[in-house]
Design a protein around this ligand. Structure first.
Ligand code: NDP
Length: 274
């Protein structure tokens, strides 16, 4: 029987995940279906229960349900525990297992696809929401020399830094507090680009040879990517690769086989541009 997977979100119609997983399945000869399911804002747990009862094997979870998905799980991976959020669910005989593949997806896109090692580099993470929290431990595992978390609301960045202080000392504050420093890798994990807004970053943040990475993606360049180019970033990327890589990680967890993400990323890039 064909195995069923889905992504839960609200909204979810825009999701690229069904197309990504269909390509992975074809590539790996896996017999599965993957659909986008709209869960009511107050009905996520019921939607999951219905999908499981109908034979669902696993699911991805997107905005705004990642924290609720975390609470729904009987067991979680260590990286999901650290993230406090779950984007991948596995439905087993012994209950629901939750993982978070966002951080691994980001790291793989940066280190493998963009060939930018993170070890020994100074990282500035912009934003202190769910996406930022999910990637901190995987970034720290790459052994950068420094991590600074900057956010519009400084308190939230400081709380995140405290939450990871047992791994390494992390600096935090508002954007103005980064003045006078420079970084080798600057990652935008805010949703400012969604609103078409640039961040009020002080000049001089981008060190020579630096990478600017926006987790957002779309048809053209985001305001952050434009700002990074203007301020001298050597490599500028959007978050499409992260999207495909977090999906590949989830697919590998479900099916025990790792798809080749690059042709899928290239196809998606062509689609977005067209
Ligand atoms: P949250 O709502 O949890 O957090 C939003 C963050 O953005 C907060 O830090 C908030 O600051 C900041 N922010 C929002 N608007 C502005 C603004 N106008 N100026 C400055 N800061 C602003 O969102 P998520 O963390 O879940 O998602 C963040 C982004 O990451 C989204 O764009 C999402 O699409 C992207 N993402 C991409 C993924 C991928 O696979 N490529 C995966 C996951 C997320 P404050 O605390 O001050 O409100």
């Amino acid at each position: 029987m064909t195995d069923r997977y889905c992504v839960f979100g609200n909204p979810v119609a825009h999701s690229r995940s069904p197309a990504i997983h269909a390509q992975f399945a074809a590539q790996c000869g896996q017999d599965l279906t993957y659909e986008a399911l709209l869960a009511p804002l107050d009905g996520f747990a019921d939607a999951v229960a219905r999908f499981v009862a109908a034979g669902g094997k696993g699911a991805n979870v997107t905005v705004p349900f990642k924290e609720e998905a975390f609470r729904l799980c009987q067991r979680r991976s260590a990286r999901a525990e650290r993230a406090g959020a779950v984007n991948t669910l596995c439905f087993n005989a012994d209950g629901i297992f939750g993982d978070n593949t966002d951080g691994a997806g980001l790291v793989r896109d940066i280190e493998v696809n963009l060939a930018q090692p993170l070890a020994g580099r100074r990282i500035l993470l912009l934003g202190a929401g769910g996406a930022a929290r999910g990637v901190i431990a995987p970034l720290l595992a790459c052994q950068p020399t420094a991590l600074f978390i900057a956010n519009r609301t400084a308190d939230k960045a400081e709380a995140l830094a405290r939450a990871f202080a047992d791994i390494v000392a992390v600096d935090a504050g508002n954007y103005a507090k980064t003045a006078g420093r420079s970084f080798d890798v600057i990652i935008n994990a805010t949703s400012a680009s969604l609103a078409g807004e640039a961040l009020p970053l002080p000049p001089g943040l981008f060190a020579p040879g630096s990478l600017a990475y926006d987790m957002m993606y779309g048809k053209g360049e985001t305001p952050f990517m434009g700002l990074a180019r203007a301020q001298g970033a050597a490599c500028v990327a959007d978050g499409l690769g992260m999207l495909v890589e977090q999906a590949a990680e989830a697919f590998a967890l479900w099916r025990g086989v790792r798809p080749d993400s690059l042709p899928v990323l290239a196809a998606l890039r062509r689609q977005l541009a067209g």
